[in-house]
Design a protein around this ligand. Structure first.
Ligand code: PLP
Length: 395
């Protein structure tokens, strides 16, 4: 009657969604001001003014097909040119508009890329801690996820473990920096070492392992932390981007896939991307927001607001005695659980109105994720609850 795998995926909500739904129910019972929801990565910073201006300008067009009509399956040509020009101006990567594919957010960019690449028996490496949907996307594409652990001092990948994990079946590796859930920005040194390990394996196994750079948080970097452009670090790179976080537009479902000019057989891979987009129904990304994104490639959200949140929550929690690494990007803090089972810790936190996500599904048991893309005021109000939570473990 129905597909069992899809049934399982659809009938068990992700732990993040479970918490979010719990929060809504709890807010109705005890009042919204007593629930501190740190569960979702839904940007609270408004979209930049340029987004509204671009949308209003487009809405004044009288030609319906120009605004609401189908674009080319791979995205409007002028939009793809604006994207390629922007990448090249910022990073000198030499990307061509002919190798850009517009998609419905980073999730679609990833599923299309994985389906385009996957052949029988292929493995894809996930660097813990990782966005839980990666495992779903890899398996749904018919691939095998291989998880590599992390260094708890920095949340960077354990490079010795990575070296051992790369084998003759490795087709790709997903690299997500700035990282969800740790907020870590991988250093140039780490990325260069990853590139070296991949290049050595390519020579050993006579193949081209593809580095899939998942970059929805690229623009959310604080202070002088550097986020190198991966196409410039490793030739066989495919960038999966979205404007969900950088323009605060997660509901509009808009992003792109960009192939490096140095990617092996990029014509073949691009044709496979177009084929996967077609097979999965991800053709012709939302037209109006393709045009909005093209007009706003240089717009940024109020990153200072996230940095202020980061500073407040990081310093308050570490001062109370919580153990975490100071994040340089994205809007997440990854905190060591106060008991071995992070699910039990997250459950106890609920008693104090705190909704924080256990790290197990991120490939990092023993940690919880706190999303600080919330109001500064909510963080301030939540601090007594965090203190009461840690005190409850001292009794
Ligand atoms: N990749 C990572 C690391 C994410 O955190 C998210 C969303 O939170 C996605 C991909 C999916 O992004 P989008 O909403 O653009 O599909």
């Amino acid at each position: 009657m129905f597909n069992r795998t899809m049934y399982e995926l659809g009938s068990h909500r992700s732990v993040i969604r479970e918490l979010f739904e719990f929060g809504k129910k709890r807010a109705a019972e005890v009042g919204a001001d007593k629930v501190y929801d740190f569960s979702l990565g839904n940007p609270n910073v408004p979209a930049p003014d340029g987004v509204k201006a671009a949308a209003e300008k487009l809405l004044s067009l009288t030609d319906n097909t120009l605004l609401h009509g189908y674009t080319s399956a791979q995205g409007d040509a002028t939009v793809r040119k604006a994207v390629a020009d922007n990448i090249n101006a910022r990073f000198g990567a030499g990307v061509s508009p002919d190798f850009i594919y517009m998609t419905c957010g980073a999730a679609a960019s990833l599923t299309v890329t994985l389906n385009a690449l996957r052949e029988e028996g292929d493995e894809f490496i996930l660097l813990a801690p990782y966005f839980p949907e990666y495992a779903v996307f890899v398996k749904a594409a018919g691939g095998v996820p291989v998880v590599v652990p992390f260094d708890p001092e920095t949340f960077a990948p354990d490079l010795d473990a990575l070296e051992k994990a790369i084998g003759p079946r490795t087709k790709g590796i997903i690299v997500n920096s700035p990282n969800n859930p740790s907020g870590t920005v991988y250093t140039r040194e780490t990325l260069t070492r990853i590139a070296e390990l991949l290049s050595q394996a390519n020579a050993r196994y006579d193949r081209h392992i593809v580095l899939i750079a998942d970059e929805p948080y690229r623009e959310l970097v604080y202070g002088d932390a550097e986020a190198p452009y991966l196409m410039n670090v490793y030739p066989d790179t495919v960038v999966c981007y979205s404007w969900s976080k950088s323009l605060s537009l997660p509901g509009e479902r808009i992003g792109y896939i960009a192939l490096s000019p140095r990617l092996c057989d990029k014509e073949g891979v691009y044709a496979a991307v177009c084929g996967a987009g077609r097979a999965l129904g991800y053709v012709c990304a939302p037209a109006m927001f393709q045009y909005v994104a093209a007009a706003c490639v240089d717009e940024r959200p109020d990153i200072e607001a996230y940095r202020r949140n980061r500073d407040l929550i990081y310093s308050a929690l570490t001062e109370m005695g919580y153990d975490c690494v100071r994040p340089d990007g994205a809007f997440y803090l990854f905190v060591r659980s106060l008991e071995a089972d992070a699910n039990a810790f997250s459950d106890r936190a609920k008693n104090y109105g705190l909704l924080i996500v256990p790290g197990d599904s991120f490939g990092a048991p023993g940690y919880v994720r706190i999303s600080y893309c919330v109001s500064h005021d909510m963080i301030e109000r939540s601090l007594p609850a965090f203190r009461a939570l840690i005190d409850s473990y001292k009794k």
